[in-house]
Ligand binder design. Structure first.
Ligand SMILES: NC(=O)c1ccc[n+]([C@@H]2O[C@H](COP(=O)([O-])OP(=O)(O)OC[C@H]3O[C@@H](n4cnc5c(N)ncnc54)[C@H](OP(=O)(O)O)[C@@H]3O)[C@@H](O)[C@H]2O)c1
Length: 321
């Protein structure tokens, strides 16, 4: 009887501790997602460098950062898209926002060339924030052996190499003034599920970014530099080809508003609230989610193959008739 009472009391205490821990985590998340005051990013410095600033999340982010009073260095590979983004910024924000552009194809330049281009463009300006946002994925679900060498090289260069070398290009300046923030755009594909079949290389580069960010965050946190890896889930952009946004798949603009609110806080974060809910479910049901994901990716491939075969049949039919 005494043993039974003891076991019941122990189970009750453990249950209470676990419940309390979860409630505390939930309250902390609610506070961070909706109530916490965003940092004044100008305290890090008056300029932000954003890679991949010509489309999707990067483009939305530069508008959000400009609205917070930052000047911008836009890094992109396409001169006319850079010019257009720069013009849109000056139309919206006028002389209050200064904009510089750096044309750099991050899949083509060597690491040293990338660091030199960034260091050159930022010489003499007070860079407070770097967002390593540029990223590349597969055009559709692919087995690893199907990823051609050029695409493989580009993914490794843009997602890994460029992020590391651009960081190299700004970190000395941040260290000198003992303030700065670096945001690396990771992905939930590397964090909330144990594997990502048919998107292996992409997800693996994002796992690298997460470890790189966490590690240098510890190296520099006492020197005034806040390093963070953001790990969003699906967002409606060119990369995902998702056109319809809804509560589970935000637009780049909605995501970027959440993203900016988190800069300077947690080492790892998933800024958009419904992505956090999805990540929680995904983590809890990992095996089922990975199984469903693999089926979905294969379905995506098959639909594409059917489309290609239908259109080649139509061409043959036209040629015959
Ligand atoms: N969308 C999502 O669901 C999602 C989810 C998690 C994480 N992310 C991450 O978020 C980041 C932005 O993704 P996104 O969805 O906004 O993609 P996106 O719409 O395809 O935009 C990617 C940006 O990167 C630039 N870029 C690509 N290759 C480049 C290169 N070789 N040199 C220089 N710039 C290059 C693109 O330039 P162009 O304008 O010239 O194409 C564009 O500005 C990526 O790191 C991605 O992995 C996205």
């Amino acid at each position: 009887m005494v043993l039974a009472d003891f076991l019941i009391a122990t189970a009750a205490i453990l249950g209470f501790i676990s419940l309390f821990k979860n409630l505390l985590a939930f309250a902390r998340w609610l506070h961070a997602a909706f109530l916490r005051k965003p940092k004044d990013l100008r305290d890090y410095g008056s300029w932000a460098v954003v890679t991949g600033a010509t489309d999707g999340i990067g483009k939305a982010l530069v508008f959000e950062l400009a609205s917070k009073g930052l000047n911008l260095v836009l890094v992109g590979r396409n001169p006319s898209k850079l010019e257009a983004t720069s013009r849109e910024l000056s139309d919206r924000f006028g002389a209050t926002t200064e904009v510089k552009t750096v044309v750099a194809d991050l899949a083509k330049l060597s690491g040293e060339e990338i660091a030199a281009a960034i260091a050159g463009a930022t010489e003499g300006i007070d860079v407070g924030l770097l967002v390593n946002n540029a990223g590349l994925s597969y055009p559709y679900a692919m087995y690893f052996h199907e990823v051609d060498r050029e695409l493989m090289e580009s993914i490794l260069r843009v997602n890994l190499n460029a992020a590391v070398w651009v960081t190299k290009g700004v970190i000395d300046g941040m260290l000198k003034k003992k303030r700065g923030a670096i945001v690396n755009m990771g992905s939930g594909s590397a964090l909330y599920i144990s594997s990502f079949p048919l998107m292996a290389l992409y997800a693996s580069t994002k796992a690298f970014l997460a470890t790189f960010s966490r590690s240098i965050s510890l190296e520099y946190e006492r020197q005034g530099i806040d390093v963070q890896c953001q790990t969003p889930l699906f967002i409606a952009t060119k990369m995902t080809r998702l056109k319809r946004q809804h509560v589970f798949i935000p637009s780049a603009e909605i995501f970027s508003r959440a993203s900016v609110r988190w800069i300077g806080y947690d080492r790892m974060c998933n800024p958009y609230w419904s992505h956090s809910v999805q990540a929680f479910v995904t983590r809890t049901l990992d095996a089922i989610i990975v199984w469903g994901l693999e089926r979905h990716m294969k379905g995506w491939r098959e639909a594409r193959e059917r489309r290609i075969s239908r259109s080649s049949n139509m061409v043959t039919h036209h040629e015959i008739s």
